[in-house]
Design a protein around this ligand. Structure first.
Ligand SMILES: *Cc1c(COP(=O)(O)O)cnc(C)c1O
Length: 403
C-alpha cells in the first residue's frame, strides 16, 4: 500500500549515477495526491502543489500528469509551470513582497494570483479595476478587540493583509470595484492539528459577508508529514471530513457554491525523495564517532537551518546492529546532520540514505565551498532516469564574466 523505494533500488541508482544523489519516486507522489482525492470532496476542492518544495521540470510533469494543479512563489516558478504545459487556469501565484510588475506579468499570463499587501492591491485596482478576478491573502491573527475569537498561533508574520485592516481592505475593494474571488490563509508549515485549519474556516466565515464576489476559500499548505519513525502526519481523513463539512455549511449559509483550495508542498514530495551520500571518513573523538560524508549543508540544509530531523539509514549494510554516530558534512562550517544517531554499523565507503529528502532538499542546495550540486534521478514504472546532472567544474565558472 505504501509506495516506497527498496534498498536495492536506491543502491542501484547510487551505483549508476554516483553520490551524492537525490532520488525521487513518481508513484509515491501520485499516491500522496490520490490520498488527498480520497478524503476531500471532489467537486468542492482543488489542490495546487506548492512547487517551491521541488521544481525540477520532470517532477512538475509528474504533478501535471496526475491532474494536480500548481502553486508558485515567484514569477519564475509561474514560467516554469507554463513551460511544463500547465494551463494558466491551473496555476496559482501566491505572491509576497513582490514588485507590482510581477503581479502584472502573472495576470497577463492568465494565472490565478493571490495578493498579500494593501499596497499591491491598490495598484491592482488602479490598473485592472473590476476586469480581472484576484485573491487576497489574509493574516488572521491580529483581530485584537474585534469580533474574531482567534488564535492561529502564527502572529507577527510578514505575510498577508492583517485582518485588523479589514476596513481599509474593503475601501480599496469598493473604490476600484475589485473582483475579489479568493480569500487565502496559509498559517505555516508542518501543521498536524486539524483545528488550526478549521480556525481558517472560522476567519473565512467572518469575512465572507464582506466580500460577496468570493467563490474560493484557499486554506494554503502546511500539512505535516512524518519525519521520525512512528511519527504521525496530519490526519487527512479527519481534515477532509471537517473541511467538507465546513465548506457545505458556508456554501449554504451564504448561498454561494464555495470551493476549497489547498497548496500542499511538503506533503506531495517529501516522502518521495531520498538523498544518498557516501561515508568518506570515520573519526573517533572520546566516546563519539563522527561519520564524515561526501556532502554537507550545501546539499541538505534542513538539519542546520531548521533543526530538522531526517531519518538516516545505512544503505550498504542495513541489517547490521546499530551504533551511535554523529553524522557530519564536508563543508568548512559546522554542518551536522545528526548527533548521537543510532545507525547500522558504518564502515568507510558505506552509503547512507536520508529520508524525506524530496521537499526543500535539492531546492535549497547551493554551490557553497565551490562544491558541485548533486544529480537528481527519478524512478518511474520501475525505471530510473537522470532528471538533472551534477555540476562539473566548468559550471562553477559559467556565470562569471571574463575581464
Ligand atoms: C510554502 C508554501 C506552501 C507549502 O507549504 P508546505 O509546508 O510545503 O506544504 C503553500 N502555500 C504557500 C503560500 C507557501 O508559501
Amino acid at each position: 500500500m505504501n509506495a516506497s523505494l527498496s534498498y536495492a533500488e536506491l543502491n542501484a541508482a547510487a551505483q549508476q549515477f554516483g553520490t551524492p544523489l537525490y532520488v525521487y519516486h513518481a508513484e509515491k507522489i501520485e499516491q500522496q495526491y490520490q490520498n488527498l482525492l480520497t478524503h476531500f470532496s471532489a467537486t468542492q476542492t482543488r489542490f495546487f502543489y506548492a512547487c517551491k518544495a521541488l521544481t525540477n521540470i520532470h517532477i512538475l510533469k509528474v504533478i501535471k500528469n496526475i491532474g494536480c494543479n500548481i502553486d508558485c512563489s515567484s514569477i519564475n516558478e509561474v514560467k516554469l509551470a507554463l513551460h511544463v504545459g500547465f494551463s494558466p487556469n491551473n496555476i496559482l501565484y501566491t505572491s509576497n513582497s513582490v514588485g507590482f510588475d510581477e503581479i502584472v506579468t502573472a495576470i497577463e499570463l492568465g494565472v490565478n494570483v493571490n495578493i498579500d499587501s494593501l499596497s499591491n492591491l491598490e495598484k491592482f485596482g488602479q490598473k485592472f479595476g473590476a476586469s480581472k478576478a484576484v485573491g487576497v491573502r489574509i493574516r488572521p491573527d491580529v483581530m485584537a478587540g474585534g469580533n474574531l475569537k482567534i488564535s492561529t498561533g502564527h502572529d507577527k508574520s510578514k505575510f498577508g493583509i492583517p485582518v485588523a485592516q479589514l476596513e481599509a481592505l474593503k475601501l480599496i475593494q469598493e473604490k476600484y470595484q475589485i473582483n475579489i474571488r479568493t480569500l487565502h490563509i496559509h498559517t505555516g508549515s508542518e501543521i498536524k492539528d486539524v483545528a488550526v485549519f478549521m480556525k481558517s474556516a472560522e476567519v473565512f466565515d467572518v469575512l465572507l459577508p464582506h466580500f460577496p464576489t468570493v467563490e474560493v476559500l484557499d486554506f494554503g499548505g502546511g500539512f505535516k508529514v512524518p519525519y521520525e519513525p512512528g511519527e504521525q502526519g496530519t490526519d487527512m481523513a479527519s481534515l477532509g471530513k471537517e473541511v467538507n463539512k465546513a465548506m457545505e455549511q458556508l456554501s449554504e449559509k451564504y448561498g454561494r457554491s464555495l470551493t476549497a483550495w489547498f497548496e500542499p508542498g511538503k506533503y506531495m514530495v517529501s516522502e518521495a525523495g531520498f538523498f544518498i551520500a557516501k561515508v568518506n571518513v570515520l573519526k573517533t573523538s572520546g566516546d563519539r564517532i563522527f561519520a564524515g560524508l561526501n556532502t554537507g549543508l550545501n546539499h541538505l540544509i534542513r538539519p542546520m537551518f531548521y533543526d530538522a530531523y531526517h531519518h538516516i539509514d545505512n544503505l550498504t549494510s542495513p541489517e547490521k546492529p546499530t551504533k551511535q554516530y554523529a553524522v557530519v558534512g564536508n563543508i568548512c562550517e559546522t554542518d551536522t546532520f545528526a548527533w548521537d544517531r543510532a545507525i547500522p554499523a558504518i564502515e568507510e565507503g558505506d552509503l547512507l540514505v536520508f529520508y524525506n529528502a524530496g521537499a526543500y532538499g535539492y531546492e535549497m542546495a547551493s554551490n557553497y565551498n565551490a562544491r558541485f550540486k548533486p544529480a537528481q534521478v527519478l524512478y518511474q514504472n520501475g525505471e530510473v532516469k537522470l532528471i538533472s546532472r551534477a555540476d562539473q567544474f566548468e559550471d562553477l565558472l559559467t556565470l562569471q564574466v571574463p575581464l
